[in-house]
Design a protein around this ligand. Structure first.
Ligand code: ADP
Ligand code: MG
Ligand code: ZN
Length: 477
């Protein structure tokens, strides 16, 4: 029986606010343990939470960016459970009345576009962090993270393949980064994902029994873990067995998932409205203010790149995948570069360089106007495309301009037919054997002559002139 996979993701995005969600403690990452704490986030009896308005602003940004319906009244609830990283014995979250519901994001996989429903977005507080001593039976608790604001974004079970799940996650992260509300860094834990997956016979409407996968802390693992789990469930079903609803952990060292615990039910948490927090009322004016502050989002920006700049879909997708990169591209065009060459250089040399040097998009070493100048030198024929690669690398390394590098190192392209012709004559005279071979039909060695001329001119000869002259002097071949 052919089975179909059904996947729904729960994403937790840490919000980039200065302070925590219910107290004034710093939400910054990386401070010495237990230095960003106060009676509220330590859960001292008698302390009272006060909602951070910025957290609501950020939640509204994401809700609007994903087309959610925003609740005019929402509320916070207590999710009760015991764990040493949770000082109050409950987590403040939203349950029955989340701030936003019924949104969607569009993803593209293998050129196919699909809309993935967002069930809900809600605000909640993070728990502390436990570290376990590998040598002794000792665990340590750091409560700096307790009370740091999170957005939980729950998808509909609309995803069908691990690749779609990966694309959906990348899209969410791109949107969060465009909105400047989360770092979206999976490896550092500011963007976390639980993946729910089940199988059902193709054509069946009813959902199968799901498992929930946790401990997935890189984009690569999401797809690997889902592939593994789909295969595991398929084998169970094909053997006539039943999948057990449970929470499983991804183990990257062994490329498998294993049981963590039986899946809890919502009623296990004894949710109830937090009596210390008033219902959150959001009026139209607040929503409007946030709406006005939204940047252009990745999808409209991508469409604009295709329509206004005439870029291929693929280029538009890559360039708009990060806001800084798109801004950079537009700055190049603004400084006079033609769109397609600028796109090529950014997607090729620039992204290659960032990757090689492990730099972020906010650390681009060549200013946009400087790249535009380099493109102009190519366009005017002052330097060849090949030399331009060298110039680009030097610009990145030294911070100097293309014109300065070209002038100092004498890299100006040679287009003079007399000058190149003399070199061609010399090469042909020194390689009589090859000339003979070429003329007797071995035309494939044409490239050899081009290479020789380029070597002689240290790459500065205008390739078109070289080709024309060689053809002329070698004869038809
Ligand atoms: P919880 O995991 O906290 O119980 P939900 O019941 O809201 O929360 O479901 C969480 C996620 O699981 C959602 O993304 C939803 O789309 C997905 N999901 C629910 N049922 C299934 C299923 N049978 N197969 C795959 N995913 C599912
Ligand atoms: Mg869950
Ligand atoms: Zn605090």
């Amino acid at each position: 029986m052919p089975y179909e996979a059904v996947i729904g993701l729960e994403v937790h995005a840490q919000l980039k606010t200065q302070t925590k969600i219910f107290c004034g403690c710093s939400a910054a990452f990386g401070a010495p343990p237990n230095t960003h704490v106060c009676p509220v986030c330590l859960g001292m009896p008698g302390s009272l939470p006060v909602l951070n308005r910025r957290v609501v602003d950020f939640a509204l940004r994401m809700a609007l960016a994903t087309g959610c319906r925003i609740a005019r009244t929402s509320r916070f609830a207590r999710k009760n459970y015991f764990y040493p990283d949770l000082p109050k014995g409950y987590q403040i979250s939203q349950y029955e009345l989340p701030i936003a519901e019924h949104g969607a994001v569009d993803i593209t996989v293998d050129g196919k576009s699909r809309r993935i429903g967002i069930t809900r977005i809600h605000m909640e507080e993070d728990a502390g962090k436990l570290t376990h001593d590998p040598d002794r039976p000792v665990s340590r608790v750091d409560l700096n993270r307790a009370g740091v604001p999170l957005l939980e974004i729950v998808s509909e079970p609309d995803l069908r393949t691990p690749e779609e799940a990966g694309a959906y996650l990348r899209k969410l992260r791109t949107i969060l980064r465009y909105l400047d509300i989360s770092d979206g860094n999976m490896e550092e834990g500011s963007f976390r994902c639980d993946a729910n997956v089940s199988l059902r016979p193709r054509g069946q409407v009813e959902l199968g029994t799901r498992t929930e996968l946790k401990n997935i802390n890189s984009f690569r693992f999401v797809e690997k873990a889902l592939h593994y789990e789909i295969q595991r469930q398929r084998e169970i079903l094909e053997d006539g067995g039943r999948v057990i609803q449970e929470t499983r952990l991804w183990d990257d060292a062994h490329n498998r998932t294993y049981v963590m615990r039986g899946k809890e039910e919502a009623h296990d948490y004894r949710y109830f409205p937090d009596p210390d927090l008033l219902p959150l009322v959001i009026d139209e004016a607040w929503i409007e203010t946030v709406r006005q502050s939204l940047p252009e989002l990745p999808d409209p920006r991508r469409r604009r790149y295709v329509e206004d700049f005439g870029l291929p879909d693929y280029d538009a997708e890559v360039l708009t995948s990060a806001r800084e990169l798109a801004d950079y591209f537009e700055a190049c065009v603004g400084a006079g570069a033609a769109a397609k060459p600028a796109a090529n250089w950014i997607m090729g040399s620039l992204l290659g360089l960032l990757k090689a040097e492990n730099r972020d998009f906010d650390q681009i070493p060549v200013p946009a106007p400087a790249l535009a100048e380099l493109l102009r030198l190519i366009d005017e024929g002052t330097i060849s495309g090949k030399i331009a690669k060298t110039v680009f690398d030097e610009m990145a390394a030294s911070g100097r301009t293309a014109a300065a590098i070209v002038a100092e190192r004498g890299l100006v392209q040679i287009s003079d037919a007399g000058q190149i012709g003399a070199v061609v004559d010399r090469i042909l005279a020194a390689n009589a054997g090859q000339v003979e071979a070429y003329r007797s039909g071995k035309t494939k060695i044409f490239g050899f002559f081009v290479g020789q001329v380029m070597r002689e001119t240290r790459g500065k000869a205008n390739p078109k002139v070289v080709n024309d002259l060689l053809r002329e002097k070698l004869g038809a071949g």
